[in-house]
Design a protein around this ligand. Structure first.
Ligand code: AHN
Ligand code: ZN
Length: 333
């Protein structure tokens, strides 16, 4: 989509001429004030079929539970994919101790675009999948590991499609794509001890305290969590509002411009103990969570059940979220 920012009169005339000549592309006039520098931004098209194929590639490894062979193989695939798309790749390996005393061989995978740029945006998703379907309606499934098509692979799939676009057409700012590990190893619902928030999000807690680059900073962050479910609705999540109110407004406005107001509803949502909380708390980068809101379920119908498989994925939701995040990335200057 073509966007026109405010321009000097001559450039503004030129801009309309350019738009008039490319009849197949829609022009959006961006809000602006008199002091704004004016420019045309052409945001590339997010390809939902491509994103879907990246989700399937992850799910085809099986459950990506830390310490498993599938986890190792998928981690290698993700690092290679980022490299193929031209990112500078960092692998952050850490031994993280889980609530049950297990040591998880965790790996955060970071792809940096324009690594030398000072102005940066960071996008996050977790790439591990939950070891147990402890919310499954059928008791016999509650110790079965989940495929995590929506809860895990969808956010990563959207980010890989963004990576492909960033290689084709660099954004003005530097962009870091961070695949966080060991998000979903929080205590099993039948665990008898105290259920603490720090049992979740082990990879982001580690990254927040030990960023991949010394003194790392970014203008803002966006966490993608469960961005592929059917009929998903995204509302302003509680901690996102507390730490990064203006980022929420920026993203929901971008969705509105693109006609995705049905997905991005401008109402208060619930609170999610999620990776963005620890990014905000430890790295102090204002970061929001794009996570589904549901009146009837926690997040979505198949959350932490064996039905979180490819059938739970809807390309239209991935398109709405992916195109919105690209709109934000490419219009930031
Ligand atoms: C809880 O609310 C316990 N967890 C939200 C974070 C999460 C789990 N995201 C995906 N799985
Ligand atoms: Zn989960």
């Amino acid at each position: 989509m073509k966007h026109i920012y405010t321009f000097s009169p001559l450039l503004l005339l030129l801009a309309f001429a350019v738009v008039a000549c490319s009849s197949n592309k829609k022009a959006t006039v961006m809000e602006s004030d008199a002091t704004d520098v004016k420019r045309i931004v052409n945001v590339p098209q997010f390809d939902a079929d491509s994103a879907y194929s990246y989700v399937k590639a992850q799910v085809d490894f099986g459950p990506r539970v830390p310490n498993s062979p599938a986890h190792k193989a998928c981690g290698d695939y993700l690092a290679q994919a980022l490299e193929r798309f031209g990112a500078k790749v960092y692998n952050q390996y850490a031994d993280l101790v889980a609530y049950d005393g297990k040591t998880l061989k965790a790996r955060n995978i970071i792809g940096a675009f324009k690594p030398e740029a000072k102005k940066r945006i960071v996008i996050f998703s977790h790439w591990d999948s939950r070891p147990w379907a402890d919310q499954d309606p059928d008791k016999k499934n509650r110790y079965t590991p989940i495929l995590g098509a929506n809860d895990g692979a969808s956010g990563v799939g959207v980010m890989l499609e963004i990576a492909r676009n960033l290689q084709q057409q660099p954004a003005e700012l530097g962009v870091d794509l961070i695949f966080l590990d060991a998000e979903d190893y929080g205590a099993h619902s039948e665990y008898k001890g105290a259920h603490k928030e720090e049992f979740w999000c082990l990879g982001s807690q580690y990254w927040g305290r030990h960023p991949h680059v010394q003194g790392y900073n970014a203008r803002f962050g966006i966490l993608l969590d469960m961005v592929g479910g059917k009929d998903a609705v995204y509302r302003y999540e509680y901690f996102s509002e507390q730490y990064a109110h203006s980022v929420n407004r920026k993203v929901w406005k971008a969705a509105d411009r693109l006609g995705y107001g049905q997905y991005f509803v401008k109402e208060e949502g619930n609170a999610a103990t999620d990776d963005h909380l620890f990014v905000n708390r430890y790295a102090r980068i204002p970061t929001i969570d794009i996570i589904p809101y549901s009146e009837t379920h926690d997040f979505f119908e198949y959350w932490h059940t064996v039905k979180d498989d490819m059938d739970a994925i809807d390309r239209n939701t991935m398109k709405a979220v992916g195109q919105t995040v690209m709109e934000v990335i490419y219009t930031e200057h």
